[in-house]
Write a protein that binds this ligand. Structure first.
Ligand code: TRP
Ligand code: SF4
Length: 440
């Protein structure tokens, strides 16, 4: 199985995705440690992560950490695009240092949009919506890929550690894929890692919240970040932590540096074997690995300008389209757009696929199926804040106490209110926005 970030695949079985791609579960244990988690975190809509522990540790220890996300400035923004930004806004509120890439190079290379068009989509559609939804633009950095030389330089520089057959295995490119498209994942690698350059805050844990379709880019970025490191810090077969030198020059000197660093970190039981290019730490705890990796990445930066720690990520589920097929900007009836008018909303909800029974009588008798209902999905993902209220809706549906007509009416009411307030904030945001776009 392959995840294609540019295709229209739908995903059903998220547990299987996790297993197949080695994504970890976003578990209650993690959730417990976050301050006032938002509903898509509480409700399992964010279903997986890579290395979120790094982020959690930074939050708990009040150490700096970064968020990098990107938006594809194409078409209109709909509710399916809202999850990532909900996450970003939440993380910003608990101290993340936020950067947002406008992926105009990617939209040009993979979707054929001109730079003029993508600029308009960014300024008139996406960024005003982000701010209207609650992003604080004065506390984040928004940039265009095409205007950021550091990002483009990194794409070129970091591309040296990935070869064509690896790109083929990840993305399934073929002989007619255009070269700008081939390069665009590397631009995204540049987006993600550039926040760790000194100019942008230096090496620190970096979280990339995305839909699971973006996982290939995350894997590529993590592999490249690891490939550029001089030291690798790994768990050994007997559950110890080992520090290994990956290069073949100056081994003794590099092991000296590593030994001093480990001693300074307070480790006392070190076993150094120069012929293995390794130091084994006998008195490390299992959870120390990220901390050690972080210290080494920083140390390395003194003599390796391409030292980065691999980014962490979270993955959210996709909303189903209102009609039951995939939600897509190119099929307006499948999605609620953030700029939809009241009459569009009404029509789309009235026509939405529900989990209701064929007749009222049957529904009263056997109940409905909220798990297969697009209206319930709207409540779950976006419209109902209170978990107890949501639970009530769920059970009154399955018990046959709730009928789809009333339910739809309620959804329309909530949506109209939400969109109306958003529209007002968006108009204000359009004025503000121009002050907040950086060229660097
Ligand atoms: N590829 C992303 C999309 O299709 C957009 C994007 C560009 C991005 N750079 C990024 C997402 C960096 C996350 C991180 O929507
Ligand atoms: Fe969906 Fe509501 Fe109908 Fe249940 S009653 S199937 S939640 S619309």
């Amino acid at each position: 199985m392959r995840i294609d970030p540019w295709s229209a695949t739908t995903y059903q079985d998220y547990a299987k995705l996790r297993e197949e791609f080695g994504i970890e579960e976003f578990s209650d244990d993690i959730l417990k440690t976050l301050p006032n988690p938002i509903k898509i975190l509480r409700r399992g809509i964010v279903f997986g992560h890579r290395d979120f522990h790094r982020i959690r540790d930074a939050i708990l220890k009040k150490e700096p950490w970064a968020i990098l996300t990107g938006l594809m400035p194409s078409g209109r923004m709909h509710l399916g695009h809202k999850m990532v930004i909900d996450e970003v806004i939440y993380y910003q509120s608990i101290g993340a240092d936020v950067s947002i890439a406008v992926a105009d190079i990617e939209a040009y290379a993979t979707r054929n949009y001109s730079f003029k068009e993508t600029k308009r989509f960014a300024f008139e559609e996406y960024l005003p919506n982000y701010i209207a939804l609650g992003l604080k633009p004065e506390k984040c950095r928004i940039y265009f890929q095409s205007k950021n030389t550091d990002v483009k330089d990194l794409a070129y520089i970091l591309g040296r550690k990935v070869n064509w057959s690896e790109m083929l295995a990840i993305y399934g490119f073929n002989s007619s894929t255009n070269m700008s498209h081939v390069l665009s994942p590397l631009i995204q690698v540049g987006d993600i890692l550039h926040v760790q350059l000194e100019k942008y805050g230096g090496i620190r844990p970096t979280l990339v919240p995305v839909g699971v379709d973006q996982d290939p880019h995350i894997r590529l970025t993590r592999d490249i970040a690891d490939a550029f490191r001089i030291y690798s810090i790994t768990k050994t077969s007997d559950n110890k932590i080992g520090v290994f030198v990956k290069v073949d020059k100056d081994i003794k000197k590099l092991l000296d540096v590593a030994q001093t660093l480990l001693e300074n970190l307070g480790y006392k039981k070190l076993k150094r074997i120069d012929s293995y290019k390794a130091i084994y730490i006998d008195d490390a705890q299992e959870g120390d690995i990220e901390k050690i990796d972080f210290k080494f990445a920083k140390k390395e930066r003194e003599f390796n300008e391409n030292s980065f720690i691999a980014p962490s990520s979270t993955y959210h589920r996709f909303m189903t389209g209102l009609t039951g097929e995939k939600m897509s900007s190119s099929k307006p009836e499948t999605a609620i757009f953030l700029t939809d008018k009241a009459e569009d909303v009404r029509r789309k909800i009235i026509n939405a696929k529900t989990g209701g029974a064929a007749t009222l009588e049957e529904q009263k008798k056997h109940g409905g199926k909220p798990n297969q209902c697009m209206v319930y999905e709207l409540f779950l993902y976006h419209l109902v804040e209170d978990d107890r209220e949501l639970e009530k809706i769920y059970f009154s549906c399955t018990q046959g106490e709730r009928m789809c007509g009333d339910c739809k009416k309620y959804a329309i009411e909530l949506l109209e209110k939400f969109l109306k307030e958003l529209a007002e904030k968006r108009e204000q945001a359009k004025e503000e926005i121009k002050h907040y776009i950086s060229n660097g």
